[in-house]
Design a protein around this ligand. Structure first.
Ligand SMILES: Nc1ncnc2c1ncn2[C@@H]1O[C@H](COP(=O)(O)OP(=O)(O)OP(=O)(O)O)[C@@H](O)[C@H]1O
Length: 574
Protein backbone atom coordinates (compact mmCIF):
# COMPACT_ATOMS: atom_id res chain seq x y z
CA UNK A 1 0.00 0.00 0.00
CA UNK A 2 1.02 3.56 -0.55
CA UNK A 3 0.10 5.38 2.58
CA UNK A 4 3.21 5.27 4.77
CA UNK A 5 5.30 8.41 4.72
CA UNK A 6 8.04 9.25 7.16
CA UNK A 7 6.35 11.37 9.81
CA UNK A 8 9.58 13.27 10.42
CA UNK A 9 9.40 14.42 6.85
CA UNK A 10 5.84 15.62 7.21
CA UNK A 11 6.62 17.51 10.40
CA UNK A 12 9.53 19.17 8.78
CA UNK A 13 7.46 20.45 5.88
CA UNK A 14 4.69 21.64 8.15
CA UNK A 15 7.20 23.56 10.11
CA UNK A 16 8.64 25.05 7.00
CA UNK A 17 5.21 26.10 5.84
CA UNK A 18 4.42 27.49 9.21
CA UNK A 19 7.58 29.52 9.09
CA UNK A 20 6.55 30.84 5.75
CA UNK A 21 3.10 31.60 7.10
CA UNK A 22 4.59 33.71 9.80
CA UNK A 23 5.96 35.92 7.07
CA UNK A 24 2.24 36.73 6.56
CA UNK A 25 2.26 36.15 2.80
CA UNK A 26 0.39 32.90 2.86
CA UNK A 27 -3.26 31.88 3.00
CA UNK A 28 -4.21 29.93 6.08
CA UNK A 29 -2.90 26.38 6.31
CA UNK A 30 -3.24 23.69 8.93
CA UNK A 31 -0.49 23.96 11.48
CA UNK A 32 -0.70 20.50 12.92
CA UNK A 33 1.18 18.04 10.78
CA UNK A 34 -1.27 15.14 11.27
CA UNK A 35 -4.22 17.33 10.49
CA UNK A 36 -2.44 18.74 7.46
CA UNK A 37 -1.81 15.31 5.98
CA UNK A 38 -5.32 14.08 6.69
CA UNK A 39 -6.77 17.17 5.13
CA UNK A 40 -4.62 16.95 2.07
CA UNK A 41 -5.42 13.31 1.44
CA UNK A 42 -9.12 13.52 2.02
CA UNK A 43 -9.57 16.86 0.39
CA UNK A 44 -7.70 16.32 -2.80
CA UNK A 45 -8.23 12.78 -3.99
CA UNK A 46 -10.01 13.80 -7.12
CA UNK A 47 -8.85 13.99 -10.68
CA UNK A 48 -7.96 17.29 -12.10
CA UNK A 49 -9.97 19.25 -9.58
CA UNK A 50 -8.28 21.83 -7.44
CA UNK A 51 -8.33 20.52 -3.94
CA UNK A 52 -8.88 22.14 -0.60
CA UNK A 53 -5.16 21.87 -0.14
CA UNK A 54 -4.38 23.82 -3.26
CA UNK A 55 -6.31 26.76 -1.94
CA UNK A 56 -4.01 26.69 1.03
CA UNK A 57 -0.84 26.70 -1.01
CA UNK A 58 1.49 29.62 -0.37
CA UNK A 59 1.77 32.36 -2.97
CA UNK A 60 4.50 31.96 -5.53
CA UNK A 61 6.82 34.57 -4.08
CA UNK A 62 7.07 32.75 -0.83
CA UNK A 63 7.64 29.44 -2.64
CA UNK A 64 11.00 30.74 -3.70
CA UNK A 65 11.86 31.35 -0.08
CA UNK A 66 10.56 27.93 0.72
CA UNK A 67 12.73 26.40 -1.95
CA UNK A 68 15.82 27.86 -0.49
CA UNK A 69 14.98 26.37 2.86
CA UNK A 70 14.36 23.01 1.20
CA UNK A 71 17.56 23.12 -0.78
CA UNK A 72 19.65 24.13 2.16
CA UNK A 73 18.19 21.39 4.34
CA UNK A 74 19.18 18.90 1.65
CA UNK A 75 15.88 17.07 1.71
CA UNK A 76 14.86 17.75 -1.83
CA UNK A 77 13.52 14.30 -2.53
CA UNK A 78 11.61 14.10 0.70
CA UNK A 79 10.15 17.51 0.01
CA UNK A 80 9.15 16.41 -3.44
CA UNK A 81 7.53 13.32 -1.99
CA UNK A 82 5.57 15.50 0.36
CA UNK A 83 4.59 17.87 -2.44
CA UNK A 84 3.38 14.94 -4.55
CA UNK A 85 1.44 13.19 -1.82
CA UNK A 86 -0.19 16.42 -0.70
CA UNK A 87 -1.13 17.36 -4.28
CA UNK A 88 0.84 20.57 -4.05
CA UNK A 89 1.27 21.51 -7.69
CA UNK A 90 3.29 24.69 -7.39
CA UNK A 91 5.71 23.22 -4.89
CA UNK A 92 6.16 20.12 -7.00
CA UNK A 93 6.81 22.13 -10.15
CA UNK A 94 9.11 24.48 -8.32
CA UNK A 95 11.28 21.66 -6.88
CA UNK A 96 11.48 19.87 -10.22
CA UNK A 97 12.49 22.95 -12.17
CA UNK A 98 14.97 24.29 -9.64
CA UNK A 99 16.62 21.12 -8.29
CA UNK A 100 16.11 18.43 -10.97
CA UNK A 101 15.81 15.52 -8.51
CA UNK A 102 15.63 11.95 -9.81
CA UNK A 103 11.89 11.35 -10.21
CA UNK A 104 12.49 7.62 -10.57
CA UNK A 105 13.69 7.24 -6.99
CA UNK A 106 11.89 4.37 -5.31
CA UNK A 107 10.08 4.90 -2.05
CA UNK A 108 8.24 2.41 0.12
CA UNK A 109 7.27 -0.80 -1.75
CA UNK A 110 9.41 0.44 -4.63
CA UNK A 111 6.81 3.00 -5.63
CA UNK A 112 7.98 5.99 -7.61
CA UNK A 113 6.42 9.41 -7.30
CA UNK A 114 4.37 8.70 -10.40
CA UNK A 115 2.97 5.54 -8.76
CA UNK A 116 1.88 7.61 -5.79
CA UNK A 117 0.30 10.39 -7.81
CA UNK A 118 -1.44 7.89 -10.10
CA UNK A 119 -2.79 5.94 -7.17
CA UNK A 120 -4.29 9.06 -5.63
CA UNK A 121 -5.67 10.24 -8.95
CA UNK A 122 -3.67 13.47 -8.87
CA UNK A 123 -3.90 14.29 -12.55
CA UNK A 124 -2.00 17.57 -12.51
CA UNK A 125 0.81 16.14 -10.40
CA UNK A 126 1.17 13.28 -12.89
CA UNK A 127 1.37 15.85 -15.70
CA UNK A 128 4.00 17.83 -13.83
CA UNK A 129 6.10 14.72 -13.12
CA UNK A 130 5.98 13.75 -16.77
CA UNK A 131 6.55 17.27 -18.11
CA UNK A 132 9.15 18.58 -15.68
CA UNK A 133 10.78 15.40 -14.35
CA UNK A 134 13.89 14.32 -16.19
CA UNK A 135 13.13 11.00 -17.87
CA UNK A 136 10.33 10.06 -15.50
CA UNK A 137 9.86 6.33 -16.16
CA UNK A 138 6.24 5.91 -17.11
CA UNK A 139 6.48 2.12 -16.97
CA UNK A 140 8.38 1.87 -13.66
CA UNK A 141 7.34 -1.22 -11.67
CA UNK A 142 6.96 -1.40 -7.91
CA UNK A 143 7.52 -4.48 -5.77
CA UNK A 144 4.22 -5.91 -7.03
CA UNK A 145 5.38 -5.21 -10.60
CA UNK A 146 2.61 -2.64 -10.91
CA UNK A 147 3.14 0.38 -13.14
CA UNK A 148 1.57 3.79 -12.48
CA UNK A 149 -1.10 2.79 -15.03
CA UNK A 150 -1.93 -0.29 -12.95
CA UNK A 151 -2.37 2.00 -9.94
CA UNK A 152 -4.59 4.48 -11.77
CA UNK A 153 -6.70 1.77 -13.38
CA UNK A 154 -7.25 -0.21 -10.21
CA UNK A 155 -8.48 2.98 -8.53
CA UNK A 156 -10.70 3.85 -11.49
CA UNK A 157 -8.95 7.16 -12.27
CA UNK A 158 -10.06 7.70 -15.86
CA UNK A 159 -8.22 10.92 -16.68
CA UNK A 160 -4.97 9.81 -15.08
CA UNK A 161 -5.15 6.52 -16.98
CA UNK A 162 -5.80 8.44 -20.19
CA UNK A 163 -2.82 10.70 -19.56
CA UNK A 164 -0.52 7.74 -18.84
CA UNK A 165 -1.62 5.78 -21.90
CA UNK A 166 -1.31 8.81 -24.16
CA UNK A 167 2.13 9.47 -22.73
CA UNK A 168 3.35 5.98 -23.67
CA UNK A 169 2.36 3.65 -20.85
CA UNK A 170 2.49 -0.01 -21.82
CA UNK A 171 -1.11 -1.24 -21.83
CA UNK A 172 -0.20 -4.90 -21.86
CA UNK A 173 2.26 -4.93 -18.97
CA UNK A 174 1.34 -7.49 -16.29
CA UNK A 175 1.73 -7.08 -12.54
CA UNK A 176 2.79 -9.83 -10.16
CA UNK A 177 -0.67 -11.42 -10.43
CA UNK A 178 -0.58 -11.34 -14.21
CA UNK A 179 -3.13 -8.54 -14.37
CA UNK A 180 -2.97 -5.81 -17.00
CA UNK A 181 -4.46 -2.36 -16.45
CA UNK A 182 -7.55 -3.61 -18.30
CA UNK A 183 -7.91 -6.52 -15.85
CA UNK A 184 -7.77 -4.10 -12.93
CA UNK A 185 -10.24 -1.66 -14.44
CA UNK A 186 -12.56 -4.60 -15.22
CA UNK A 187 -12.20 -6.04 -11.71
CA UNK A 188 -13.10 -2.69 -10.19
CA UNK A 189 -16.24 -2.69 -12.36
CA UNK A 190 -15.38 0.61 -14.01
CA UNK A 191 -17.02 0.16 -17.42
CA UNK A 192 -16.24 3.75 -18.52
CA UNK A 193 -12.54 3.19 -18.02
CA UNK A 194 -12.76 -0.27 -19.59
CA UNK A 195 -14.51 1.20 -22.65
CA UNK A 196 -11.83 3.83 -23.02
CA UNK A 197 -8.93 1.39 -22.58
CA UNK A 198 -10.48 -0.82 -25.25
CA UNK A 199 -10.32 2.04 -27.75
CA UNK A 200 -6.51 1.89 -27.38
CA UNK A 201 -6.42 -1.68 -28.70
CA UNK A 202 -4.98 -3.57 -25.74
CA UNK A 203 -4.42 -7.30 -26.09
CA UNK A 204 -7.75 -8.55 -24.73
CA UNK A 205 -6.67 -12.20 -24.90
CA UNK A 206 -4.07 -11.83 -22.10
CA UNK A 207 -4.84 -13.99 -19.06
CA UNK A 208 -3.86 -13.39 -15.45
CA UNK A 209 -2.46 -16.04 -13.09
CA UNK A 210 -6.01 -17.25 -12.39
CA UNK A 211 -6.32 -17.93 -16.10
CA UNK A 212 -8.83 -15.12 -16.61
CA UNK A 213 -8.99 -12.54 -19.39
CA UNK A 214 -9.91 -8.98 -18.42
CA UNK A 215 -13.42 -9.49 -19.68
CA UNK A 216 -13.84 -12.54 -17.43
CA UNK A 217 -12.89 -10.40 -14.41
CA UNK A 218 -15.66 -7.87 -14.99
CA UNK A 219 -19.28 -7.55 -13.95
CA UNK A 220 -22.18 -7.32 -16.40
CA UNK A 221 -21.62 -3.66 -17.31
CA UNK A 222 -17.95 -4.39 -18.05
CA UNK A 223 -18.97 -7.37 -20.19
CA UNK A 224 -21.33 -5.08 -22.10
CA UNK A 225 -18.43 -2.69 -22.71
CA UNK A 226 -16.45 -5.56 -24.27
CA UNK A 227 -19.39 -6.53 -26.41
CA UNK A 228 -19.82 -2.95 -27.62
CA UNK A 229 -16.11 -2.82 -28.43
CA UNK A 230 -16.38 -5.80 -30.72
CA UNK A 231 -19.28 -4.12 -32.51
CA UNK A 232 -17.53 -0.79 -32.97
CA UNK A 233 -16.44 0.62 -36.26
CA UNK A 234 -12.74 0.39 -37.03
CA UNK A 235 -10.83 1.82 -39.96
CA UNK A 236 -7.31 1.73 -41.12
CA UNK A 237 -5.95 5.27 -41.33
CA UNK A 238 -7.14 6.89 -44.50
CA UNK A 239 -4.89 8.27 -47.18
CA UNK A 240 -3.96 11.94 -46.87
CA UNK A 241 -5.89 14.38 -48.96
CA UNK A 242 -4.16 16.51 -51.48
CA UNK A 243 -5.10 20.18 -51.38
CA UNK A 244 -7.04 19.85 -54.58
CA UNK A 245 -9.05 16.98 -53.10
CA UNK A 246 -9.85 19.06 -50.05
CA UNK A 247 -11.78 21.56 -52.04
CA UNK A 248 -13.77 19.01 -53.99
CA UNK A 249 -17.34 19.00 -52.86
CA UNK A 250 -20.15 17.54 -54.87
CA UNK A 251 -22.85 19.84 -53.74
CA UNK A 252 -23.71 23.36 -52.88
CA UNK A 253 -20.99 24.80 -50.69
CA UNK A 254 -21.67 27.92 -48.76
CA UNK A 255 -18.90 30.39 -48.31
CA UNK A 256 -20.75 32.61 -45.94
CA UNK A 257 -20.29 30.50 -42.82
CA UNK A 258 -21.96 33.08 -40.60
CA UNK A 259 -25.36 31.90 -41.82
CA UNK A 260 -25.30 28.63 -39.97
CA UNK A 261 -23.22 28.26 -36.83
CA UNK A 262 -23.28 26.73 -33.33
CA UNK A 263 -25.28 29.65 -31.97
CA UNK A 264 -28.24 28.54 -34.11
CA UNK A 265 -28.66 25.29 -32.13
CA UNK A 266 -29.50 24.63 -28.50
CA UNK A 267 -28.03 21.30 -27.39
CA UNK A 268 -30.57 19.26 -25.40
CA UNK A 269 -29.08 15.84 -24.71
CA UNK A 270 -26.72 13.16 -25.95
CA UNK A 271 -28.29 10.64 -28.33
CA UNK A 272 -25.37 8.37 -29.02
CA UNK A 273 -21.65 8.00 -29.14
CA UNK A 274 -19.69 6.19 -31.82
CA UNK A 275 -16.03 5.62 -32.52
CA UNK A 276 -15.67 8.94 -34.28
CA UNK A 277 -18.42 11.22 -33.18
CA UNK A 278 -20.94 12.10 -30.59
CA UNK A 279 -24.54 12.72 -31.58
CA UNK A 280 -26.76 15.17 -29.70
CA UNK A 281 -30.40 16.15 -29.82
CA UNK A 282 -30.54 19.85 -30.66
CA UNK A 283 -33.27 22.37 -31.33
CA UNK A 284 -32.90 25.10 -33.90
CA UNK A 285 -33.26 28.35 -32.00
CA UNK A 286 -35.42 30.20 -34.55
CA UNK A 287 -37.91 27.39 -35.36
CA UNK A 288 -37.63 25.04 -32.34
CA UNK A 289 -37.34 22.17 -34.81
CA UNK A 290 -35.49 19.15 -33.42
CA UNK A 291 -32.43 17.73 -35.17
CA UNK A 292 -29.65 15.24 -34.46
CA UNK A 293 -26.25 16.94 -34.44
CA UNK A 294 -23.18 14.79 -35.09
CA UNK A 295 -19.97 16.31 -33.77
CA UNK A 296 -16.53 15.23 -34.97
CA UNK A 297 -13.32 16.44 -33.37
CA UNK A 298 -10.93 17.82 -35.92
CA UNK A 299 -7.73 16.93 -34.08
CA UNK A 300 -8.84 13.29 -33.73
CA UNK A 301 -9.75 13.10 -37.39
CA UNK A 302 -6.67 14.89 -38.63
CA UNK A 303 -4.31 12.91 -36.37
CA UNK A 304 -5.69 9.63 -37.61
CA UNK A 305 -5.82 10.76 -41.21
CA UNK A 306 -9.58 10.35 -41.33
CA UNK A 307 -10.56 13.60 -43.04
CA UNK A 308 -11.40 11.71 -46.17
CA UNK A 309 -13.96 9.60 -44.30
CA UNK A 310 -15.55 12.69 -42.74
CA UNK A 311 -15.76 14.45 -46.09
CA UNK A 312 -17.25 11.37 -47.74
CA UNK A 313 -19.96 11.23 -45.10
CA UNK A 314 -20.78 14.90 -45.62
CA UNK A 315 -20.69 14.59 -49.42
CA UNK A 316 -22.77 11.44 -49.74
CA UNK A 317 -25.39 12.71 -47.33
CA UNK A 318 -25.56 16.05 -49.11
CA UNK A 319 -26.75 14.53 -52.36
CA UNK A 320 -28.57 11.36 -51.30
CA UNK A 321 -32.25 12.03 -50.83
CA UNK A 322 -34.20 8.89 -49.97
CA UNK A 323 -37.01 7.93 -47.58
CA UNK A 324 -34.73 5.43 -45.83
CA UNK A 325 -31.54 7.46 -45.64
CA UNK A 326 -31.16 10.06 -42.94
CA UNK A 327 -31.33 13.62 -44.32
CA UNK A 328 -28.49 16.09 -43.91
CA UNK A 329 -29.72 19.65 -43.42
CA UNK A 330 -26.61 21.62 -42.56
CA UNK A 331 -22.89 21.16 -42.12
CA UNK A 332 -20.65 23.73 -40.47
CA UNK A 333 -17.41 23.90 -38.53
CA UNK A 334 -15.62 25.78 -35.77
CA UNK A 335 -11.89 25.91 -35.17
CA UNK A 336 -11.94 22.55 -33.35
CA UNK A 337 -14.97 20.65 -34.56
CA UNK A 338 -17.07 19.57 -37.52
CA UNK A 339 -20.86 19.47 -37.27
CA UNK A 340 -23.54 17.65 -39.26
CA UNK A 341 -27.17 18.55 -38.62
CA UNK A 342 -29.32 15.51 -39.48
CA UNK A 343 -33.02 14.76 -39.28
CA UNK A 344 -33.74 13.52 -35.79
CA UNK A 345 -34.89 9.89 -35.55
CA UNK A 346 -36.60 9.64 -32.15
CA UNK A 347 -36.88 5.83 -32.22
CA UNK A 348 -33.14 5.43 -31.57
CA UNK A 349 -31.00 2.79 -33.23
CA UNK A 350 -31.82 -0.88 -33.75
CA UNK A 351 -28.79 -1.90 -31.67
CA UNK A 352 -30.41 -0.35 -28.63
CA UNK A 353 -33.75 -2.02 -29.35
CA UNK A 354 -32.04 -5.38 -29.77
CA UNK A 355 -30.13 -5.04 -26.53
CA UNK A 356 -33.46 -4.53 -24.73
CA UNK A 357 -35.71 -6.88 -26.71
CA UNK A 358 -32.99 -9.47 -27.62
CA UNK A 359 -34.56 -10.32 -30.99
CA UNK A 360 -37.45 -9.41 -33.31
CA UNK A 361 -40.09 -11.53 -34.98
CA UNK A 362 -39.42 -12.40 -38.62
CA UNK A 363 -42.39 -10.22 -39.53
CA UNK A 364 -40.90 -7.15 -37.88
CA UNK A 365 -37.39 -7.89 -39.16
CA UNK A 366 -38.79 -8.17 -42.71
CA UNK A 367 -40.18 -4.64 -42.55
CA UNK A 368 -36.80 -3.17 -41.57
CA UNK A 369 -35.02 -5.35 -44.15
CA UNK A 370 -37.30 -4.16 -46.97
CA UNK A 371 -36.58 -0.53 -46.12
CA UNK A 372 -32.85 -1.04 -45.80
CA UNK A 373 -32.73 -2.96 -49.08
CA UNK A 374 -34.24 0.05 -50.85
CA UNK A 375 -31.73 2.39 -49.20
CA UNK A 376 -28.80 0.16 -50.21
CA UNK A 377 -30.21 -0.21 -53.73
CA UNK A 378 -30.26 3.57 -54.07
CA UNK A 379 -26.68 3.89 -52.84
CA UNK A 380 -25.51 1.15 -55.22
CA UNK A 381 -27.23 2.89 -58.13
CA UNK A 382 -24.97 5.85 -57.34
CA UNK A 383 -21.99 3.46 -57.11
CA UNK A 384 -21.68 4.04 -53.39
CA UNK A 385 -21.12 1.20 -50.92
CA UNK A 386 -22.16 1.66 -47.30
CA UNK A 387 -19.74 -0.87 -45.70
CA UNK A 388 -20.77 -0.26 -42.09
CA UNK A 389 -24.20 -1.83 -41.95
CA UNK A 390 -25.00 -2.87 -38.39
CA UNK A 391 -27.96 -2.38 -36.03
CA UNK A 392 -26.33 0.71 -34.44
CA UNK A 393 -26.34 2.45 -37.80
CA UNK A 394 -30.03 1.90 -38.49
CA UNK A 395 -32.22 4.49 -36.76
CA UNK A 396 -35.99 4.64 -36.44
CA UNK A 397 -37.92 7.79 -37.32
CA UNK A 398 -41.08 9.04 -35.60
CA UNK A 399 -43.22 6.51 -37.49
CA UNK A 400 -40.88 3.62 -36.71
CA UNK A 401 -39.41 3.39 -40.23
CA UNK A 402 -35.78 2.33 -40.57
CA UNK A 403 -33.19 4.77 -41.93
CA UNK A 404 -29.48 4.36 -42.61
CA UNK A 405 -27.23 6.74 -40.69
CA UNK A 406 -23.42 7.06 -40.36
CA UNK A 407 -21.90 7.27 -43.81
CA UNK A 408 -18.37 7.66 -42.48
CA UNK A 409 -17.22 4.42 -44.05
CA UNK A 410 -19.17 4.69 -47.26
CA UNK A 411 -17.20 4.74 -50.47
CA UNK A 412 -18.03 6.45 -53.71
CA UNK A 413 -17.23 5.33 -57.25
CA UNK A 414 -17.33 1.59 -56.61
CA UNK A 415 -18.41 -0.16 -59.78
CA UNK A 416 -17.77 -3.84 -59.02
CA UNK A 417 -17.29 -6.35 -56.23
CA UNK A 418 -13.53 -5.91 -55.77
CA UNK A 419 -12.60 -2.26 -56.12
CA UNK A 420 -12.46 -1.10 -52.50
CA UNK A 421 -9.49 -2.20 -50.42
CA UNK A 422 -9.43 -0.50 -47.00
CA UNK A 423 -9.72 -2.69 -43.94
CA UNK A 424 -12.70 -1.17 -42.23
CA UNK A 425 -16.01 -2.01 -40.63
CA UNK A 426 -16.84 -3.27 -37.17
CA UNK A 427 -15.15 -6.41 -35.91
CA UNK A 428 -18.33 -8.37 -35.37
CA UNK A 429 -19.62 -7.19 -38.74
CA UNK A 430 -16.68 -7.77 -41.06
CA UNK A 431 -17.34 -9.54 -44.33
CA UNK A 432 -14.90 -12.36 -45.15
CA UNK A 433 -13.57 -10.55 -48.22
CA UNK A 434 -12.75 -7.48 -46.10
CA UNK A 435 -10.77 -9.68 -43.70
CA UNK A 436 -8.96 -11.34 -46.62
CA UNK A 437 -8.18 -7.87 -48.01
CA UNK A 438 -8.59 -9.06 -51.56
CA UNK A 439 -10.79 -6.16 -52.52
CA UNK A 440 -14.50 -5.76 -51.92
CA UNK A 441 -17.45 -4.02 -53.50
CA UNK A 442 -21.22 -3.78 -53.48
CA UNK A 443 -21.68 -7.41 -52.37
CA UNK A 444 -20.19 -6.48 -49.00
CA UNK A 445 -23.41 -4.63 -48.16
CA UNK A 446 -25.50 -7.72 -48.98
CA UNK A 447 -23.33 -9.85 -46.70
CA UNK A 448 -23.86 -7.29 -43.92
CA UNK A 449 -27.58 -7.26 -44.62
CA UNK A 450 -27.45 -11.00 -43.88
CA UNK A 451 -25.57 -10.30 -40.65
CA UNK A 452 -28.12 -7.70 -39.54
CA UNK A 453 -31.00 -10.01 -40.42
CA UNK A 454 -29.36 -12.85 -38.47
CA UNK A 455 -28.89 -10.59 -35.43
CA UNK A 456 -32.45 -9.30 -35.64
CA UNK A 457 -34.02 -12.76 -35.56
CA UNK A 458 -31.44 -14.69 -33.53
CA UNK A 459 -30.20 -12.02 -31.11
CA UNK A 460 -26.47 -11.88 -31.88
CA UNK A 461 -24.36 -11.60 -35.02
CA UNK A 462 -23.37 -14.86 -36.75
CA UNK A 463 -20.03 -16.41 -35.68
CA UNK A 464 -19.97 -14.11 -32.65
CA UNK A 465 -17.29 -14.68 -30.04
CA UNK A 466 -15.91 -12.37 -27.37
CA UNK A 467 -12.44 -13.53 -28.40
CA UNK A 468 -11.33 -11.26 -31.23
CA UNK A 469 -9.15 -13.86 -32.95
CA UNK A 470 -11.77 -16.55 -32.70
CA UNK A 471 -14.36 -14.14 -34.10
CA UNK A 472 -12.20 -13.33 -37.13
CA UNK A 473 -11.46 -17.01 -37.62
CA UNK A 474 -15.14 -17.96 -37.34
CA UNK A 475 -16.15 -15.39 -39.94
CA UNK A 476 -13.73 -16.96 -42.39
CA UNK A 477 -14.12 -20.63 -41.59
CA UNK A 478 -16.69 -21.19 -38.83
CA UNK A 479 -19.83 -23.26 -39.26
CA UNK A 480 -22.94 -21.11 -39.64
CA UNK A 481 -25.43 -22.08 -36.95
CA UNK A 482 -29.09 -21.33 -37.61
CA UNK A 483 -31.78 -22.35 -35.10
CA UNK A 484 -34.37 -24.71 -36.51
CA UNK A 485 -37.12 -22.44 -35.19
CA UNK A 486 -36.62 -20.03 -38.10
CA UNK A 487 -38.84 -20.36 -41.15
CA UNK A 488 -37.25 -22.12 -44.12
CA UNK A 489 -37.45 -18.90 -46.15
CA UNK A 490 -35.55 -16.96 -43.48
CA UNK A 491 -32.91 -19.71 -43.17
CA UNK A 492 -32.43 -19.74 -46.91
CA UNK A 493 -32.11 -15.96 -47.11
CA UNK A 494 -29.48 -15.96 -44.36
CA UNK A 495 -27.47 -18.69 -46.08
CA UNK A 496 -27.68 -16.94 -49.46
CA UNK A 497 -26.60 -13.58 -48.05
CA UNK A 498 -23.84 -14.97 -45.83
CA UNK A 499 -22.24 -16.81 -48.74
CA UNK A 500 -18.49 -16.26 -48.18
CA UNK A 501 -17.62 -15.96 -51.85
CA UNK A 502 -18.90 -12.53 -52.96
CA UNK A 503 -19.29 -13.79 -56.52
CA UNK A 504 -21.75 -16.48 -55.37
CA UNK A 505 -23.60 -14.28 -52.89
CA UNK A 506 -27.22 -13.27 -53.45
CA UNK A 507 -27.07 -9.82 -55.08
CA UNK A 508 -23.68 -10.42 -56.73
CA UNK A 509 -24.98 -10.09 -60.27
CA UNK A 510 -28.22 -8.10 -60.35
CA UNK A 511 -27.73 -6.35 -57.03
CA UNK A 512 -30.89 -5.52 -55.00
CA UNK A 513 -33.16 -7.04 -57.66
CA UNK A 514 -31.99 -10.58 -56.73
CA UNK A 515 -32.68 -9.99 -53.07
CA UNK A 516 -36.08 -8.44 -53.64
CA UNK A 517 -37.08 -11.55 -55.59
CA UNK A 518 -36.09 -13.96 -52.81
CA UNK A 519 -39.02 -16.02 -51.52
CA UNK A 520 -38.66 -14.49 -48.03
CA UNK A 521 -40.08 -11.31 -49.59
CA UNK A 522 -42.89 -13.02 -51.48
CA UNK A 523 -45.92 -10.75 -51.72
CA UNK A 524 -44.01 -7.55 -50.93
CA UNK A 525 -45.04 -4.59 -53.07
CA UNK A 526 -41.76 -2.69 -53.33
CA UNK A 527 -43.38 0.52 -54.57
CA UNK A 528 -45.50 0.57 -51.48
CA UNK A 529 -42.40 -0.02 -49.34
CA UNK A 530 -40.85 3.04 -50.98
CA UNK A 531 -43.97 5.06 -50.16
CA UNK A 532 -43.45 4.11 -46.50
CA UNK A 533 -46.67 2.13 -46.42
CA UNK A 534 -45.37 -0.82 -44.38
CA UNK A 535 -46.37 -0.58 -40.73
CA UNK A 536 -43.45 -1.04 -38.33
CA UNK A 537 -44.10 -0.94 -34.57
CA UNK A 538 -44.95 2.56 -33.37
CA UNK A 539 -42.42 4.66 -31.53
CA UNK A 540 -43.49 6.21 -28.23
CA UNK A 541 -43.50 10.01 -28.34
CA UNK A 542 -40.57 11.60 -26.58
CA UNK A 543 -40.62 14.83 -24.66
CA UNK A 544 -37.38 16.67 -25.27
CA UNK A 545 -35.78 18.12 -22.14
CA UNK A 546 -36.58 21.77 -21.53
CA UNK A 547 -33.10 22.79 -20.47
CA UNK A 548 -30.01 22.43 -22.59
CA UNK A 549 -26.42 21.30 -22.10
CA UNK A 550 -24.09 24.32 -21.66
CA UNK A 551 -23.00 25.33 -25.16
CA UNK A 552 -19.33 25.54 -24.24
CA UNK A 553 -19.33 21.86 -23.16
CA UNK A 554 -20.26 20.83 -26.69
CA UNK A 555 -18.99 23.50 -28.99
CA UNK A 556 -15.72 24.13 -27.17
CA UNK A 557 -13.77 26.84 -28.91
CA UNK A 558 -16.34 29.04 -30.61
CA UNK A 559 -13.85 30.64 -32.93
CA UNK A 560 -14.75 30.15 -36.55
CA UNK A 561 -12.38 27.80 -38.36
CA UNK A 562 -9.49 29.69 -39.81
CA UNK A 563 -6.12 28.11 -40.43
CA UNK A 564 -7.47 24.61 -39.88
CA UNK A 565 -10.59 25.10 -41.95
CA UNK A 566 -11.64 21.97 -43.82
CA UNK A 567 -12.57 23.18 -47.24
CA UNK A 568 -15.82 22.11 -48.79
CA UNK A 569 -17.43 21.20 -45.49
CA UNK A 570 -20.13 23.83 -45.05
CA UNK A 571 -23.52 22.85 -46.44
CA UNK A 572 -27.06 24.17 -46.34
CA UNK A 573 -29.74 21.99 -47.88
CA UNK A 574 -32.13 23.45 -50.42
N1 LIG B 1 -30.26 11.03 -37.03
C1 LIG B 1 -30.18 10.46 -35.83
N2 LIG B 1 -31.22 10.51 -34.97
C2 LIG B 1 -31.14 9.93 -33.76
N3 LIG B 1 -30.05 9.28 -33.29
C3 LIG B 1 -28.98 9.20 -34.11
C4 LIG B 1 -28.99 9.78 -35.42
N4 LIG B 1 -27.78 9.54 -35.99
C5 LIG B 1 -27.07 8.85 -35.09
N5 LIG B 1 -27.77 8.63 -33.95
C6 LIG B 1 -27.32 7.91 -32.75
O1 LIG B 1 -25.92 8.18 -32.52
C7 LIG B 1 -25.16 6.95 -32.56
C8 LIG B 1 -23.78 7.22 -33.14
O2 LIG B 1 -23.90 7.81 -34.43
P1 LIG B 1 -22.93 7.45 -35.62
O3 LIG B 1 -23.05 5.96 -35.88
O4 LIG B 1 -23.21 8.34 -36.75
O5 LIG B 1 -21.50 7.78 -34.95
P2 LIG B 1 -20.09 7.17 -35.30
O6 LIG B 1 -19.07 7.78 -34.40
O7 LIG B 1 -19.84 7.31 -36.76
O8 LIG B 1 -20.31 5.65 -34.89
P3 LIG B 1 -19.60 4.30 -35.37
O9 LIG B 1 -18.78 3.83 -34.20
O10 LIG B 1 -20.74 3.36 -35.66
O11 LIG B 1 -18.82 4.61 -36.59
C9 LIG B 1 -26.04 6.00 -33.40
O12 LIG B 1 -25.76 4.64 -33.09
C10 LIG B 1 -27.45 6.42 -32.96
O13 LIG B 1 -27.77 5.82 -31.73
Amino acid sequence: MLTHYPSALIKQISLTEEETKSSSKMDSIAVDSEEYLGDSLCGSISEGRDSILIQKVPHLECLQGLNQVLLSSNTILDSLLKAVTSNNLELCKSILTSSHPDTNTKFESNNTLLHLAANFGYLKICEILLDYGEDTDINAQNSELSTPLHQASSQGHLQVSQLLVRSGSDLNKKNIHGNTALHLAATSGNSTLVSWLLTRNPDITLKNLDGKTAEECGNDSVKKAFERYLKRTIVSSGPSLSNSQKIISRSKTVNNCEKIAPKCFLVLKELGKGSFGEVFLVSKQDTNQLFAMKVLQKDKIINQNLIKYALTERNVLSYMKHPFIVTLNFAFQTADKLFLILNFCPGGDLGRHLSIEKSFTEYRARIYLCEIILALEELHKHNIIFRDLKPDNIVLDEDGHALLTDFGLSKEKVFDNYQARSFCGSLAYLAPEVIRRQGHGKAVDWYLLGVVFYEMVIGKPPYFSMDKNELINNIQRGKLKIPSSLSSEAKELIIDLLQRDPAKRLGAVRDAEEIKQHRFFKGIDWDSVYRRELCPPKIPKINPPKTGIPAEDIYGNFYPADSNRILGWTFISD
